[in-house]
Design a protein around this ligand. Structure first.
Ligand SMILES: NC(=O)c1ccc[n+]([C@@H]2O[C@H](COP(=O)([O-])OP(=O)(O)OC[C@H]3O[C@@H](n4cnc5c(N)ncnc54)[C@H](OP(=O)(O)O)[C@@H]3O)[C@@H](O)[C@H]2O)c1
Length: 278
């Protein structure tokens, strides 16, 4: 595995982590595929993707419970990121939501606690004050946001008095490059890690495809003996501030995804893909 510094924290995290949307259910709780999910997460940990992203809202909290089971016995060696929902951003609710996440995750601390979506009805200063209190109490190690624009990211950073904003988790893939219109360069300049979600465009990278852009992707992939998925992940993580969190529910997919690291597209190939997927 390769590692990058999380923000300016001095802490290194794997460039590929594992997403968990759909594990433990979607917007409702489901235990139907827990065993399979735990097996997939454990394989990912074994292969070096020791960074798991979840959220209090995934499966109404059950995703966090599944993550807890998957990391049992090795919690200290896994970087766990979770998220507080937009409707829980008032000070007291942040504290309550964190306590519930800690309970479900069966841990005494969260490595990265992220604001899932901005909520214009609650001042970010109130949310960040509660987040910093959690850091002071040792319940949270690092603070991040998700789905924040440049302006919102700046405001979140400015609302922190004792710590720096570590990350912004946003959608980013070959098929969705909207963060290249300012957010990516802002985060690079400020040394805020971009955690790329839906890095496989929810599987579309492997599904779609004929035409020039896909031919280009296949051509580059085959030069390295890699797949489209692995090449699309590599295209993300070769960018300075970016790490990615593909979600995989099967062992086959976990094995394929981890092959996104350990090699490197050349700048020319990156450019060619930029052009093809404009
Ligand atoms: N902050 C936010 O607002 C936000 C929003 C969306 C997502 N996220 C986070 O980001 C994570 C990743 O995003 P995502 O789940 O939306 O999408 P994704 O990772 O781009 O794609 C996941 C889909 O791709 C499939 N897949 C995985 N590996 C594959 C492979 N090697 N070959 C073919 N298909 C493959 C998965 O199927 P299987 O499950 O069958 O393997 C799943 O259907 C989420 O799980 C979540 O943790 C955050």
């Amino acid at each position: 595995m390769e590692f990058k510094e999380l923000g300016r924290s001095g802490v290194k995290i794997p460039v590929l982590g594992m997403g968990t949307w759909g594990i433990g259910g979607l917007s409702t709780r489901s235990e139907a595929r827990d065993e399979e999910a735990i097996e997939a997460l454990r394989l990912g940990l074994e292969l070096g993707m020791r960074f798991v992203d979840t959220a209090e809202m995934y499966g109404r909290g059950h995703s966090e419970e599944v993550v807890a089971k998957a990391v049992r016995d090795e919690r200290e060696d896994v970087f766990i990121a979770t998220k507080v929902s937009a409707e829980h951003l008032s000070g007291d609710r942040v504290l309550k939501a964190c306590a519930s996440s800690l309970k479900r995750l069966q841990t005494s601390y969260i490595d990265l606690y992220q604001v899932h979506w901005p909520n214009p009805r609650i001042p970010i200063s109130e949310t960040m004050k509660a987040m910093e209190r959690l850091v002071g109490e040792g319940r949270v190690r690092h603070i991040g946001v998700s789905n924040f624009s440049v302006q919102q990211t700046r405001e979140a950073q400015e609302a922190l008095s004792r710590t720096r904003l570590a990350s912004n988790q946003v959608e980013y893939s070959l098929l969705n490059r909207s963060i290249e219109n300012g957010l990516l360069s802002y985060c690079e300049k400020e040394r805020i890690t971009i955690i790329a979600y839906s890095p496989l465009a929810q599987g579309d990278i492997s599904r779609t495809g004929r035409g020039e852009r896909w031919r280009m992707l296949d051509q580059v992939a085959s030069k390295y003996g890699r797949t489209r998925i692995q090449t699309a992940l590599n295209w993300l993580i070769i960018k300075n501030p970016v790490v990615a969190i593909p979600k995989a529910g099967s062992l086959k997919h976990v094995r394929e995804n981890v092959g996104g690291v350990g090699w490197k597209l050349s700048p020319e190939e990156e450019q060619a893909l930029n052009q093809a997927f404009k």
